[in-house]
Design a protein around this ligand. Structure first.
Ligand code: 5RP
Length: 227
């Protein structure tokens, strides 16, 4: 069932439900995007109320928001996340496409290092099979060769362009992003392996087998948890 409430309330419900899994003393990976932002704000309220947590942000955006709402921050140098809370552009059978915010490289490092990854999304992100274009973060000089390799893998790459600037989107790591359409992906594991093997591909947005639970906000008041 698709969310019909403009998704914002559904995103918020999913994010706030997942945040309830955070308890005193935890280190929390802070994902990026509009759904995770609700979780960061909720964690900020919990910190105000006395919860003792530290966050590890996955982007400039999540770091700024976490600082704004008063979540103490740490890094992977000093701590391992007990849990990460992160959004997705699409989920199917527990696998994800991420990177709509061009933050998937750092997100994957933090999410994969966490003991548990909780994904937060509204119903519109659900699919039977992953068919959302896969963001691929690429060293700028390698864009032409990675584009050719993506075509060899059966994909159709498009350089992501900044909407309000004359030029490509540049990630927090100084790289560019190719959005690669593959149609419905038969084997996310095989495609993930193929993309990871391309020289110049810094990271791709297929998150295979990483999610421990997906909190899905529905159109009504309900949040379903898929583990
Ligand atoms: C950022 C991401 C986001 O988590 C993903 O794009 C979902 O964002 P939103 O919650 O705004 O729909 O992967 O790189």
């Amino acid at each position: 069932m698709k969310s019909t409430d403009g998704s914002e309330a559904a995103k918020r419900r999913a994010a706030e439900a997942a945040t309830k899994e955070v308890v005193d003393g935890m280190v929390v990976g802070l994902g990026t995007g509009s759904t995770t932002a609700y979780a960061i704000r909720e964690l900020g309220r919990a910190v105000d109320a006395g919860l003792d947590v530290r966050g590890i942000p996955t982007s400039y955006q999540s770091r700024s928001l976490a600082r704004e709402v008063g979540i103490p921050l740490t890094t992977l140098d000093d701590a391992t996340p007990d849990v990460a809370i992160d959004g997705a552009d699409q989920f199917a059978a527990g696998d994800l496409v991420k990177g709509g915010g061009a933050a998937h490289a750092r997100e994957k490092v933090v999410d994969a290092s966490a003991d548990r990854l909780l994904v937060v999304a509204d119903e519109s992100k659900r699919a039977a099979r992953l068919d959302h274009p896969v963001p691929v973060e690429v060293l700028p000089d390698a864009a032409p060769t990675v584009e050719a390799a993506v075509r060899d893998l059966g994909g159709d790459p498009t350089l992501r362009v900044a909407t309000r600037k004359d030029g490509p989107v540049v990630t927090d790591n100084g790289n560019v992003v190719l959005d690669c359409a593959f149609g419905a992906v038969d084997s996310p594991t095989d495609l993930a392996g193929g993309l990871s093997a391309v020289p110049g591909c810094v990271e791709h947005g297929l998150f295979v087998g990483l999610a421990d639970a997906v909190y899905v906000g529905g159109a009504d008041e309900e949040v379903t948890v898929e583990r």
